[in-house]
Design a protein around this ligand. Structure first.
Ligand code: ADP
Ligand code: MG
Length: 279
């Protein structure tokens, strides 16, 4: 589903979208093998994610959300199946390592910001550019641009300790975007924040997404966060995870926070709660 372009939304980022899909997940599953034996975390799963789409992976704790997202990010290897990012394979069937080519299209945000406390904010944001030998001036310029987008323009020269948890997570988002990936993968990025901060972060993230046209895959176990943010909610079942349901959310953008009080919002949330066995 393509979004309309309220307020002159720019063209979506279609880099590498030769096959049409931003991410193609084909028969991807994961079984962990360790001292405790084998744990089947995710059954073979198929999913196509469209360029510029905002997809939320929702499900109970332990259902394999992080497992799937980490495979999409090339951080762990699928037991079976293949993942294609745009027109570049990230994992072909049987690969034990991700392809470097495809990794460049991906930015990853974890639940914890994990900033380096001895580095100023701009240097935390620009960290990934240092290994690429980008000049200091250019790093600073790009960091300032990203800081502006996440509402941190005034904090470039501060240290992380001066920032609240929400602000630190904004830094982590800026850092994930510094190499201009077309896809942003987020694992419960706001899970450690209080409810009000979380609402503000959701509003900021929606704006950022509308502005940049990135493809976003976000993991959460918050139903209301899922319904507020998503174009499409992929509901995973209890372990071993599999896709139990896919719910399209077609509220127009940008969505005001008050939309959480709309009857239709409540209906979708109720449906999800039922599916999750919480109703
Ligand atoms: P979620 O993010 O939905 O809470 P995870 O993907 O983290 O779920 O985990 C899915 C299942 O896989 C859980 O049962 C978890 O205990 C198991 N698991 C996760 N990581 C490992 C690992 N490295 N080794 C063994 N089992 C794991
Ligand atoms: Mg998780």
């Amino acid at each position: 589903m393509q979004q309309p372009a309220p307020g002159g939304r720019p063209e979506k980022d279609r880099s590498g979208a030769g096959s049409g899909a931003a991410i193609s997940i084909r028969g991807v599953g994961k079984e962990y093998v360790g001292d405790g034996g084998r744990v089947r975390a995710l059954l073979p799963t198929d999913l196509e994610i469209r360029p510029g789409e905002f997809v939320v992976l929702l499900g109970p704790s332990g259902c394999g959300k992080t497992t799937l997202l980490r495979m999409l990010g090339g951080l762990i290897t699928p037991t079976e199946g293949s993942i294609v990012i745009g027109d570049r394979p990230l994992f072909a069937e049987g690969d034990t390592e991700p392809s470097r080519d495809a990794l460049g299209s991906l930015g990853f945000v974890f639940q914890q910001a994990t900033l380096l406390p001895w580095r100023r904010i701009w240097k935390n944001i620009a960290l990934p550019l240092e290994v690429k030998r980008v000049s200091r001036k250019e790093r600073r310029r790009r960091a300032a641009e990203l800081a502006e987008m996440v509402g941190l323009a005034a904090f470039l020269d501060h240290y992380p300790r001066a920032l609240s948890g929400g602000m630190q997570q904004r830094v982590a988002i800026a850092r994930a975007l510094i190499h201009n990936p077309s896809i942003l993968l987020m694992d419960e990025p706001f899970g450690a924040l209080d409810a009000m901060t979380r609402d503000r972060m959701n509003v900021m993230l929606q704006e950022l997404w509308l502005e940049t046209g990135k493809t976003v895959v976000l993991v959460t176990h918050s139903i209301s966060e899922a319904v507020y943010l998503a174009d499409r909610i992929v509901l995973l079942s209890q372990r071993p995870g599999r896709i139990q349901d896919i719910v399209e959310v077609d509220f127009p953008r940008p969505r005001p926070l008050e939309i959480t009080k709309a009857p239709r919002f409540g209906e979708i949330a109720h449906h999800l709660r039922e599916q999750l066995g919480e109703a």
